[in-house]
Design a protein around this ligand. Structure first.
Ligand SMILES: Nc1nc2c(ncn2[C@@H]2O[C@H](COP(=O)(O)OP(=O)(O)O)[C@@H](O)[C@H]2O)c(=O)[nH]1
Ligand SMILES: [Mg+2]
Length: 330
């Protein structure tokens, strides 16, 4: 990794990893190319970025000429972030979504009840996280939409069925199936540097049905056989065991801060709908979310929060903290 990469480069690289469409990929690559320091040490990387751009542009032109619709199902991002459920058949993915959200997906004791990926919102305190329920992954079946959805997700929740003896093998099958692709699971999200397009998504393993007879023994066996380095949350989706811990951990994994905006004239901020931004985001990024006019026109802001004295005046580069109340001045 060459030194001196700007924050803009790193942000574009992170967005590139999560890009859901070729258009988004192109936009991110353009920023990366613009931001990369131009010297001998980055020659390879520059050439690599240019090659990727050329390939994407060619693909896009070919797609348009062929009248083909752009690849994949689009699920617009909503809430503080996105977690995608993954697992073998009947592991309880839909049951989990039903318990953690207000959605009512079909839950049934036979495989492939869930036919297409479907989003639902999981509340946590005053924010919510998008969960995506999915069809199962097996040795022979991997829904074609899953690649982009996994790449675009902030977190994958890999469910394991502790009620059935084949649950462990089914889980291994999911990992093996994905290992044959460039969309893989890991304990942290990152884009592999050496291998173009290889993306890893941060994953929690969620052994489910701990209420079932023999589940504890199967869990021991799972640990012995699979040795995953993912954080683990054991649950019973049906009985509710462990769900609140999983809910909070899912939110925390997003590593976002909540910020409440307030107009100068208002006494109280809008407490109902906080903005969520990646930890480390600045006032200027918040301004962009509130309204595009604020990006150009922002003069300063006053902040009430844990890191500053009440009403402190700050500039665009101020790093936001969780639960800051921010009064923007044009
Ligand atoms: N005992 C037990 N059964 C569960 C639990 N969660 C789900 N199930 C059952 O497992 C079956 C498959 O659940 P479903 O959510 O449809 O699995 P999916 O195919 O992964 O979406 C259903 O019969 C559920 O009632 C659980 O925590 N404990
Ligand atoms: Mg299902």
């Amino acid at each position: 990794m060459p030194a001196n990469l700007t924050p803009q480069y790193l942000k574009a690289e992170e967005d590139y990893r999560r890009a859901a469409t070729p258009e988004e990929e192109i936009a991110c690559l353009q920023v990366m190319l613009k931001e990369i320091p131009k010297h001998k040490g980055t020659d390879h990387l520059q050439a690599d970025l240019k090659a990727k751009l050329a390939k994407l542009r060619k693909e896009l032109t070919a797609e348009k000429a062929g009248g083909k619709k752009s690849r994949g199902l689009r699920i617009p991002r909503q809430g503080a972030g996105t977690a995608i459920l993954l697992g073998g058949p009947n592991t309880g993915k839909s049951q989990l979504v039903a318990k953690l959200t207000r959605a009512t997906p079909e839950v049934a004791p036979y495989p492939f009840t869930t036919k297409v990926p479907a989003p639902a919102m999981m509340p946590w305190e005053d924010v919510s996280v998008q969960l995506i329920d999915t069809p199962p992954v097996t040795t022979d079946y991997l829904d074609p939409h899953l690649h982009n959805l996994i790449r675009a997700a902030d977190l994958a929740l890999l469910t394991v069925d502790l009620e059935n003896d084949n649950g462990i093998e089914d889980c291994q099958d999911v990992l093996d199936r994905l290992a044959q692709t460039k969309t893989r699971l890991a304990s942290k999200s990152y884009l592999a540097e050496e291998d173009v397009g290889l993306s890893y998504t941060q994953t929690f393993v969620v052994p489910n049905k701990i209420d079932a007879p023999g589940a504890a023994e199967r869990l021991d066996l799972f640990h012995e056989l699979c040795r995953l380095d993912f954080p683990e949350y054991v649950v019973s989706a049906q009985h509710g065991t462990g769900l609140e811990v999983l809910r909070e951990a899912t939110y925390r994994s997003l590593d976002v801060v909540r910020v409440y905006s307030k107009l100068p004239a208002a006494k109280e901020p809008d407490r109902d709908r906080p903005f969520t931004l990646r930890r480390g985001s600045t006032l200027l990024e918040l301004a962009g979310l509130v309204h595009k006019d604020f990006v150009e026109g922002l003069k300063f802001a006053r902040v009430w929060g844990s890191a500053v004295h009440d009403g402190t005046q700050v500039k665009g580069d101020y790093v936001l903290h969780d639960r800051d109340v921010v009064e923007l001045h044009m």
